[in-house]
Design a protein around this ligand. Structure first.
Ligand code: HEM
Length: 408
């Protein structure tokens, strides 16, 4: 089935408000979009099906196994990058990192997150104004990664620049980076990967009781008991960092915007902080930072009754499923009391379900708890916001969000 060409979620003018387009896409059901060479999946049931059948839908989306020698194929599968690997490698990678990022794993990390967040607020609280993305949400995600990996304070400015460069490089696929700048960004990326590998090597020599030491030294059962090789370590560390950066920062920015658009909810949450966790879930549902990701079809199959061939690409729209009226009551309403809010697919589903979800939830909870405790009368800075979103169809978030406030 070929859809009308106007049902194209990749049009530049869809970015600002994609939701009316998602509604039409859901009505269409599964369809092939020629200009993107991808099958589009938007309904709740269909998204669940694709995400939960990792045997039918591969995350090794760039890999064409045909004609590859077995050893070459095996090496190509060993990415170390959780979102770009399939079982059985994926299962082993997940086993290595999972316990450290589980709910229990991140519990002991809570004081560090409070310290990072209060430290960031200290930096701008006397100014009466803040640009939330650059002065709070982005450094928050970088500093949490720094704490997680045990990176030294003196390296923080350089690591922050590398992270900024990595985010900028991701804009290359949207035509946002000049050729010359791309050269600089690639050199920066190589230096960053070298830094991470050196850090890992340091832990191999001087083990500590931390996640990085475990990633470097733990044997992988069923893989002859070997440890991660260099390519895997790079993939693991870079995706742990990037998986937690743009996503979490946009959760915080969008959450603040949602509160400013609903002042009655802001007042309610200020008066009762126990509402914050469900507010964070509802924000992730209605403004999902990850709008969509891709899979590759392993064998001829059907999605929602539509035949899709082996080898095809599938674009899975988490954000469209999160507003599907066949699953959600009144899905366009922002309801912080929604009982089932936590069941959104903003963190995915199935074996690739976000490994950082417990940490992201903790960051969101503490960020709003501290911002709402320490800042009073939060409002938009007059004339400074155009409320435009970044030019990215995958990750949704404001370019900037200027706020004024008084010290509480
Ligand atoms: C609000 C914040 C976050 C959102 C919305 C988010 C969203 C997602 C989604 C939708 C997936 C599923 C990908 C798929 O289906 O292939 C995912 C996976 C992943 N996320 Fe997150 N994420 C967030 C925070 C984090 C954090 C803090 C970390 C780092 C600790 C992280 C690391 C990862 C990794 C490594 C994966 C791949 C998991 C796998 O393939 O097994 N994420 N995330």
């Amino acid at each position: 089935m070929t859809a009308p060409t106007e049902l194209n979620p990749y049009d530049a003018d869809v970015i600002e408000c994609p939701y009316p387009m998602y509604e039409r896409m859901r009505e269409q059901g599964v369809y092939y979009l020629e200009s993107a060479d991808a099958w589009i999946v938007t309904r709740w049931e269909d998204v669940q099906f694709v995400l939960k059948r990792s045997d039918l839908f591969s995350n090794l989306s760039g890999l064409d196994p045909h004609g590859m020698a077995p050893e070459e194929l095996q090496r190509a599968r060993e990415t170390g990058a959780l979102p770009a690997s399939d079982p059985p490698e994926h299962t082993h990678y997940r086993r290595l990192a999972g316990p450290w990022l589980s709910m229990r794993g991140v519990e002991s990390f809570e004081p560090n997150v409070y310290r990072v967040i209060d430290g960031l607020i200290d930096r701008f609280i006397d100014d009466g104004e803040v640009e939330l993305a650059s002065q709070f949400s982005t450094p928050l995600t970088v500093l949490v990664f720094v704490e997680l990996m045990g990176i030294l304070d003196e390296d923080i400015p350089q690591v922050t620049r590398w992270v900024d460069d990595t985010i900028e490089a991701m804009g290359a696929s949207f035509g946002l980076v000049s050729r010359e700048r791309m050269g600089e960004l690639m050199a920066s990326g190589a230096a960053f990967r070298r830094f991470l590998l050196d850090l890992a090597e340091e832990r191999r020599r001087n083990p500590r009781d931390d996640m990085l030491t475990h990633l470097v030294t733990a044997p992988m059962r069923d893989f002859g008991g070997r440890t991660l090789h260099e390519q895997e370590l790079q993939g693991m560390l870079v995706t742990l960092l990037m998986g937690g950066t743009e996503t979490t920062l946009n959760m915080v920015d969008s959450g603040m915007w949602l509160l400013l658009e609903h002042p009655e909810l802001m007042a309610e949450i200020r008066a009762d902080h126990s509402l914050i966790p469900n507010f964070v879930e509802e924000a992730l549902r209605i403004e999902s930072p990850v709008q969509q990701l891709q899979r590759r079809v392993v064998a001829d199959t059907e999605i929602g009754g539509v035949a899709v061939p082996a080898g095809a690409r599938v674009s899975v729209f988490y954000a469209a499923a999160n507003r599907d009226p066949s699953h959600w009551d009144d899905p366009e309403a922002f309801d912080i009391h929604r009982e089932e809010a936590k069941r959104h697919v903003g963190f995915g589903a199935g074996v690739h379900y976000c490994i950082g979800a417990p940490l992201a939830r903790m960051e969101g909870r503490i960020a709003f708890e501290r911002l709402l405790t320490r800042l009073a009368n939060i409002r938009y800075s007059p004339g400074k916001n155009d409320f435009r979103h970044g030019p990215n169809h995958v990750i949704r978030g404001f370019r900037e969000l200027w706020l004024e406030f008084e010290k509480a």
